[in-house]
Design a binder for this molecule. Structure first.
Ligand code: PMP
Ligand code: GLN
Length: 384
């Protein structure tokens, strides 16, 4: 493995899932749902699979999917994209992020990454040959992890080319407010930065939190590469159907990289995702309500088991402080937890460049059946 990729030889999700399997632990580590998406979406995939959609789809993605993505962005957020030239279907958000960084950044460029970060960001910046500049979210007394715009401003240099923005945010569950996004947008315009937004949890926001795409702020549409995917909205994380929306120039650039990574993918799944975006947003609304109840269920259970639980405004995840239980390093605990009590979780510090500042937190996924959450909670009580 080349030196610049050596820090990325394994992922925490693979490690924790392997430990969970070995010890028959309840796996609240890797974030994936344990129920299927809308039945008619599965039927649409089956129909496409038996209906001859099994060869390469068009390079930018199937027309009906690009049209469904455009309609969704326009109706939900009021942002218009031309399905012919401003939308690209990718192999999940992961490929979209990597192809965007490879297409738009190179050696000598700096990319601002907000920590804790989704693990693929730093690997993708490294694959592009660029350098990351890491900015930390601020852990507030109210349990919310906030974006401090002054720390973002301080990280901008003449070499800064892009900023990666994930909201709703994995792992903290923060949903950036309109004010936080407005401030970010102003910084991007002022310093002529490209924004790469990871919006895979766009539908999964709770209580009063609302998702606003950064591309919708003044001056942002054509400098933002907006990325999302079907996995989290429709409980199909294994399908890996994602997409990019941006200006024709930026989409063409991302496509240039993407065409030599996978070229295309997911032929028979693309019409099913088009169907889901067109027809199943009510299903997603029900999913959102159910996830909100699961957030409450797991948060309350973790608090009863002795953790100090942080606030979660969206996503699949809740972060919990292990110090009230007498532990100082959540990573040490995470590696023991499957064997010791039969539960797997992920330490937040592995998603950061400042492990000491983040070592008190564990991330738990609540996108699981209630009985699974209850079993995990019961087992975690043995820790106290
Ligand atoms: N970004 C974030 C923040 C995620 O949590 C995930 C997956 N859990 C992804 C990207 C990857 O999305 P996909 O499966 O569509 O590649
Ligand atoms: N996105 C999922 C998570 O954060 C895991 C995806 C993966 O295993 N790479 O848990």
């Amino acid at each position: 493995l080349v030196p610049r990729l050596q820090p990325f030889s394994s992922t925490i999700f693979a490690e924790m899932t392997a430990l969970a399997v070995r010890h028959e632990a309840v796996n609240l580590g890797q974030g994936f749902p344990d129920t299927d998406g809308p039945e008619k979406m599965l039927k649409a995939a089956q129909k496409a699979l038996f209906g001859g959609a099994n060869q390469y789809p068009p390079g930018p993605g199937r027309q009906e999917l690009r049209e469904a993505i455009a309609k969704h962005r326009a109706e939900r957020y009021g942002i218009e994209y031309d399905p012919n030239g401003e939308i690209l279907v990718t192999a999940g958000a992961t490929e979209a992020i990597a192809a965007t960084l490879i297409a738009l950044t190179e050696t000598g460029d700096e990319v601002i990454v907000i920590e804790p970060y989704y693990d693929s960001y730093t690997a993708a910046v490294a694959m592009a040959g660029a350098t990351r500049r890491v900015v930390s979210l601020a852990e507030g007394a109210d349990g919310r992890f906030a974006l401090d715009l002054e720390t973002v401003r301080a990280a901008i240099t003449p070499a800064t080319r892009a900023i990666l923005v994930n909201s709703p945010h994995n792992p903290t569950g923060t949903v950036f407010t309109r004010a936080e996004l407005e401030g970010l947008a102003k910084l991007c315009v002022e310093h002529d930065l490209i924004a790469i937004t990871d919006e895979v949890y766009e539908h999964l926001t709770f209580d009063e939190a609302e998702h606003f795409p950064l591309a919708g702020f003044p001056g942002m549409r054509d400098r933002t590469v907006s990325i999302s995917s079907a996995g989290k909205s429709f409980n199909c994380t294994g399908w890996k159907i994602g997409w990019v929306c941006s200006s024709p120039e930026l989409v063409a650039a991302v496509k240039a990289a993407k065409q030599f990574i996978t070229f295309v993918s997911g032929g028979p799944l693309q019409p099913a995702v088009a169907y889901a975006l067109d027809e199943e947003l009510d299903w997603v609304e029900i999913l959102r309500g159910s996830l909100m109840a699961k957030r409450d269920r797991l948060s309350a259970g973790l608090a009863e088991a002795g953790f100090a639980v942080r606030k979660t405004e969206g996503t699949y995840f809740v972060c919990a402080d292990v110090r009230p239980l007498g532990f100082t390093d959540a990573a040490e605990l995470a590696y023991q937890l499957p064997e010791r009590v039969g539960v797997a979780a992920v330490p937040v510090k592995v998603f950061t460049d400042h492990p000491d500042e983040w070592k008190h937190l564990l991330r738990f996924a609540f996108c699981k059946e209630d009985s699974v959450l209850d079993e995990a909670i019961e087992r975690l009580h043995k820790l106290g």
